[in-house]
Design a binder for this molecule. Structure first.
Ligand code: ATP
Ligand code: MG
Length: 494
């Protein structure tokens, strides 16, 4: 294939999950060989679904997804699915080669005999040392993100698909990945909400519009796209304003002639018809994606005094557990930031704390803990959204729950969808709705920005900043942390 040749083309592709959930409506776009493209759009718009259409895991209801002849595809998924978590690293990578789908990199290959050296090679690319017999589940979120990335790279595909690869990665991890993508020679499509990351390597943007269910294609980076979109909205508004003016003129004249009677009445009718025609010419102005409504997380009543106390904790240094001293005490309105690189033990510390198994740390009795988990493992995937919300607010009527969920853009039929079938960002938004209902005395937030569209982040930060209980926050997004007042910091690396 020559450079500039099309490697992937969507031709009038329509797709829906059942009758209620349309995702694409005759969407078209194409990707050139060697280009690095970004796929953007609202949480739940269908970005991950588009990747599944490209890999062949899903098929369009109509239209065609055309890959160039012999083109191989590999995808790093947004999260490791729960059934793969008990596998060892070796088994997990072996599995990447056993999918018989037409689009997969190595269709037909059953067992890879040199898998161990190949795993080492790709783990080096993603900057991770890992024992091949270790269970996937035992890796930290950031380490799992690296393993996911490596699982696509190991297939050496012609078309690389990365679904939110920066989630959970620390600063160093993001820098490393950015450099990898800048140097990458083949074609890739990346889904991400991180504008700085995207701007570093992208040649063009595909924007999935949730209102039209079409894919808009832009050249340049995310900033170019913003300029182009606002110019377009302005153009469309101007055109409509002009038409509106002309229509009004026609109507005024029509009224004038209508009163004159005789032949002029015929002219008035013509003018009205013309005005109606012009009405049709008005364009639908591009609508901006919606943002979640402002919200407030109430605090548990009747709590006072010390809520949390940490005197020591363990961290992982050079793959060994090391004990550290601390002197942290949190009361109402006090916030602790847990910092440190991927894999150092932030999540482990939080888990030990919540389960009561931590040696040098404890939560005061009767404190209601609102725990936002990085992997959403506090959510039951078989529950519907409605069940998941009423589980933490038993006596709340359905209309109240619906209204709360709508603020988080969980509307209509989504209320009766299973949590497991929500998009990752929607799972995050449901988790916030649950926190509102839980009224915690202690809020523990482990990477609460993962998967969530950037336009919602200021609203989430502002809600957290208004929270009156005690709070522990883990986040690798400095711009987000900056918006929240912090009283204490534990840097696990120091
Ligand atoms: N297997 C499924 N069955 C039914 N509905 C589904 C299924 N998978 C996804 N959906 C729904 O389809 C829509 C698109 O989901 P998708 O995961 O593609 O979104 P996304 O754009 O990747 O979102 P995010 O930014 O949150 O990752 C969502 O409303 C989701 O609830
Ligand atoms: Mg997704």
């Amino acid at each position: 294939m020559n450079n500039g040749e099309t490697i992937l083309r969507f031709n009038k592709v329509s797709f829906a999950y059942g009758q209620e959930k349309p995702i694409l409506d005759e969407a078209d776009f194409s990707v050139r060989k060697g280009s690095k493209i970004t796929l953007m759009g609202q949480n739940g718009a269908g970005k991950s679904t588009i990747f599944n259409l490209i890999t062949g895991d899903l098929s369009p209801d109509s239209g065609a997804v055309n890959l160039g002849v012999g083109v191989t595809v590999a995808e790093a998924k947004q999260v490791i699915s729960r059934d793969l978590l008990p596998l060892t690293v070796r088994e997990f990578f072996q599995k990447c080669f056993s999918k018989p789908t037409f689009a997969k990199a190595s269709a037909g290959q059953a067992k890879i005999y040199d898998i161990d050296p190949r795993i080492d090679e790709v783990l080096e690319i993603v900057n991770l040392e890992a024992d091949h017999d270790k269970i996937i589940k035992s890796f930290s979120g950031g380490q799992q993100a690296r393993i996911l990335l490596a699982s696509a790279i190991i297939q050496n595909p012609d078309l690389l698909l990365l679904d939110e690869p920066t989630n959970n990665l620390d600063k160093e991890g993001i820098l490393h990945l950015t450099k990898f993508l800048i140097d990458y020679k083949k074609t890739c499509i990346v889904i991400s909400h991180d504008a700085d990351f995207l701007n570093a390597f992208t040649h063009g943007v595909l924007y999935l519009d949730v209102f039209t269910r079409k894919i808009e294609q832009y050249v340049g980076n995310y900033f170019d796209l913003l300029v182009e979109i606002s110019a377009r909205i302005e153009r469309e508004n101007r055109k409509n304003a002009q038409l509106a003016k002309q229509i009004q003129e026609k109507k005024d004249k029509a009224n004038y002639f209508a009163h004159k009677g005789g032949q002029l009445r015929f002219l008035a009718k013509k003018m009205r018809e013309k005005a109606e025609e012009m009405e049709e010419e008005k364009v639908d102005v591009r609508k901006e994606d919606k943002t979640i409504r402002q919200f407030f997380i109430p605090t548990q009543e009747n709590i006072g005094g010390e809520i949390l106390n940490i005197t020591s904790f363990s961290v992982m240094k050079n793959r060994k557990s090391v004990k550290r001293e601390a002197n942290i005490s949190l009361r109402k309105r006090e916030r602790l930031l847990l910092a440190g690189p991927n894999g150092i033990g932030k999540t482990t510390l939080l888990e030990a704390l919540v389960s009561g198994k931590a040696k040098g740390a404890k939560i005061a009795p009767n404190v209601q803990v609102g725990y936002y988990r990085q992997d959403f493992s506090t959510l039951n995937f078989d529950d519907t959204v409605y069940q998941s919300l009423s589980a933490v607010a038993a006596d709340m009527p359905e209309d109240k729950l619906r209204s709360l969920a709508a603020g988080f853009l969980i509307t209509g039929d989504l209320m009766h969808s299973k949590i497991g079938s929500l998009s990752e960002g929607q799972k995050g938004l449901v988790s916030f709705a649950r926190l509102v209902l839980q009224k915690p005395g202690l809020l523990i937030l482990d990477e609460p920005t993962n998967h969530i569209n950037f336009r919602h982040l200021p609203i989430i930060a502002s809600a957290l900043n208004k929270y009156e209980g005690a709070m522990i926050l883990v986040s690798h997004i400095p711009e987000f942390v900056k918006q929240i007042r912090i009283d204490e910091i534990i840097d696990l690396d120091k």
